[in-house]
Write a protein that binds this ligand. Sequence first.
Ligand SMILES: *Cc1c(COP(=O)(O)O)cnc(C)c1O
Length: 394
Amino acid sequence: MKYHVDEKGYYGEFGGAFIPEMLYPNVEELRQKYIEIMYEESFQKEFHQLLKDYVGRPSPLYYAKRLSEKHGAKIYLKREDLNHTGAHKVNNTIGQILMAKRLGKNRIIAETGAGQHGVATATVCALMGIKCVVYMGEIDIARQAPNVARMKMLGAEVRPALSGSKTLKDATNEAIRDWINNPVDTHYIIGSAIGPHPYPDMVTRFQSIISEEIKWQLKEKEGKENPDYVIACIGGGSNAAGTYYHFLDDMEVGIIAVEAAGKGIDSGESAATSALGKVGIIHGCKTMLMQTNDGQITEPYSISAGLDYPGVGPMHSHLYKSGRAEFYSATDEEAMRSGLELSKLEGIIPAIESAHALAIFEHKKFNPDDVLVISLSGRGDKDLQTYIDYFKLA
Ligand SMILES: *Cc1c(COP(=O)(O)O)cnc(C)c1O
């Protein structure tokens, strides 16, 4: 079984590039050049220099002693929460801004839901002095005011998406419309391991720095490169794809994905795509997605904005379908409890997305000598108000 993308842009039966004809030249140019550009010596040098000096990599691999004692396994946390801007998303936006420059583009567009990807994109555009337009649903603009302010401070223009449910999927539609109208000068920075080929593979390769570091860090700490399990939460699947990447073909490494069950898989308010989804096409790729019987995309729900996406990237659909990865889903309640537990046991307040990965202990028992690496995809500062309201902390 092959778990990496094939020449046609597929992971098993999933992936591909289902795009309007007007976008074909843009996507095709990227497809032809992305590997060559990405592995040029000058690109690698600039990418790694920025990851080091600007993002603060390598991110630590932290042995969580008290959490380990509590759950009876050797638990390491990959600290993506310590990156500049507070999550893993910047690994991808740094890579893509360098790609855009090599392609001669001088204008960036992006979509954002909660604003995390918008902030990560606005950040690298400020860094490079490149014009940035971020599309965001009108409802999300209202409920994510601090991130809207951040993007504006960083010099980005935030354009409201006024159609449909006025959330992420509508913002994505607006971004695609913009790209169709500005095919020559504009690069579209997609924020997860989703979209038409080559995006899922390109984003995954930029995020694969996570598992590249885990290998040598674990070697230093445990005397071996491979853990027994790698564990990550999945929205679109970019932190998970980066965490799994260098372990995909090592069958002794178990792969665990945790999705957001929201208020419960059967509650009608969920984002557990593997449990509820069917094969369909979303944002230019064939993958598992939540949809009605006539193929309309279902509005997802999760307490964590970053997992509130109705699909998963094509790599993850394949990992699920082929049985290579175990999929679980954690409810809002389980995630919030796990987020509080990490705060109390380790002094680390996680993003609520990352807290879903930690909620694996509500679902699976491990052996005491199992070595686990959990992707701590982001920090909880942005979620403080949600924690306050949920636990009545104020
Ligand atoms: C956006 C986000 C996620 C979900 O995105 P993926 O592409 O699935 O990784 C997870 N954690 C944090 C902290 C995020 O900001």
